[in-house]
Design a protein around this ligand. Structure first.
Ligand code: ADP
Length: 402
């Protein structure tokens, strides 16, 4: 059974074809610069195997429909493709950023679901229309195939009001649904499931703190397998210090910037999303560059690292207080999976709460899920690689079974 996983952006389509029996990736690729003068498609068949084959096409790609058709012509190519025709695709999974309060779970796509997605556009004005483009095109091309929307927000719909409400006038929630939604839900859910397996405990008996540190960063408090609090908010700007996003901020800084720097709201929003975070602090947003700069004595890079890991520590402490008992802390995504220094700094001083990292295990590099805490650590610490496409595919399989 082969699933097609689609992550459609405003000018891009990321995709994978996964054979579900073995959970192997048959093809992975990215269509970029859709609508620009020259578009680009990079496709890799059987990635990571001895027979890996890579194709790059550069040509104009007018819209998402043309982009998808180009992908399909590669996948079904007589000489090199991995499927005979589109009927080999049993189901399609779409990543959707914002499901608002309408979606607590991954959902089969119907006209009603598309309507609800449209209703939620104000909550994610950049992402949801792009996700909808991908859905519409796939519905056109694969009208009879089972298609599922998998939401970044759905896992966090179990948060109680005390965690998701902002202390703002209540009618903003009633009328406009202004509240915390949280994101990266597919990743938090996936690594929580893997962690339960490593703990040899049912997920619904696990209390976990999952720490997703990539370009975007977020942390989730998971009680008995359910998200009860998370650091990203109504938009993916709140919480931890990210690559270019500021995370938590005094909201009055908006007014200060307007009054003292003559910035309008759009300029402030662009600055907080694209010029802040690690990049704002030290000019770099890739953690590997930051470590190099730290090693050569760059004080601002050192500061950026400290600000990020201090914020991580503060949130871990807060979520330990919220959960009481914590079975495991899980690090995942680009930084979380690869950066032993960030992990160690983020847990520094937490020994008093029963968190004891094993420095050697922490330093060891591996692509495998693994425990990095000492045997006697009452809170176990894990590194678990996230895999968003596989997580989406498993969600699709669940919906299909249901
Ligand atoms: P995204 O949020 O875009 O999915 P990723 O999870 O791929 O991002 O994480 C990307 C970030 O991971 C990079 O910006 C970089 O800072 C960090 N990263 C990747 N590899 C390493 C590494 N070996 N050491 C430290 N940081 C790394």
């Amino acid at each position: 059974m082969k699933f097609f996983i689609i992550n459609s952006g405003s000018s891009s389509i990321k995709y994978q074809v996964i054979e579900m029996k073995t959970e192997t990736v048959l093809a992975t690729g990215l269509v970029e610069r859709i609508g620009e003068e020259t578009g680009r498609l990079k496709n890799t068949f059987l990635p990571g195997t001895a027979t890996q084959r890579e194709t790059v096409l550069e040509q104009q790609i007018a819209d998402h429909y043309s982009g998808m058709m180009l992908v399909i012509s590669l996948l079904t190519d007589k000489a090199h493709g991995i499927i005979k025709d589109t009927s080999e695709i049993s189901a399609i999974g779409h990543r959707v950023v914002h499901g608002g309060e309408d979606f607590r779970e991954s959902t089969r796509i119907t006209p009603k679901v598309i309507e609800a997605l449209q209703r939620n556009i104000p909550l994610a004005p950049l992402h949801n229309p792009a996700n909808l483009d991908g859905i519409r095109v796939a519905m056109d091309i694969f009208p009879t195939v089972f298609q599922v929307a998998v939401f970044d927000t759905a896992f966090h719909q179990t948060m109680p009001p005390r965690a998701f409400m902002y202390a703002l006038p209540y009618q903003l929630y009633e009328q406009d649904r202004v509240r915390r939604y949280g994101f990266h839900g597919t990743s938090h859910r996936f690594v929580a499931g893997e962690c339960a397996r490593l703990l040899a405990k049912p997920l619904d008996e696990c209390n976990l703190i999952t720490v997703h540190l990539g370009n975007g960063c977020s942390m989730t408090a998971i009680e008995n397998g359910r998200s009860i609090d998370t650091s990203l908010g109504m938009t993916p700007l709140e919480g931890l210090v990210m690559g270019t996003r500021c995370g938590d901020l005094d909201p009055a800084i908006h007014l200060f910037l307007k009054q003292n720097k003559g910035m309008d709201l759009e300029a402030i929003d662009a600055m907080l999303n694209k010029e802040s975070g690690l990049k704002g602090l030290c000019g770099m947003n890739d953690m590997r560059d930051i470590h190099q700069a730290v090693a050569s004595g760059d004080a601002r890079a050192t500061l950026a690292l400290e600000v990020q890991t201090y914020r991580n520590r503060k949130y871990i402490g807060a979520y330990m207080a919220v959960l009481g008992r914590v079975d495991g802390i899980v690090f995942t995504a680009g930084i979380g999976e690869n950066d032993d220094i960030v992990r160690a700094e983020s847990l520094k001083g937490l020994e008093v709460f029963g968190v004891h990292l094993d420095p050697e295990k922490n330093r060891l590099r591996s692509k495998e899920a693994r425990r990095i805490s000492r045997e006697d650590s009452s809170v176990r610490v894990f590194v678990i690689p996230t895999n968003e496409e596989l997580a989406i595919a498993r969600e699709v399989a669940n919906v299909l079974r249901g």
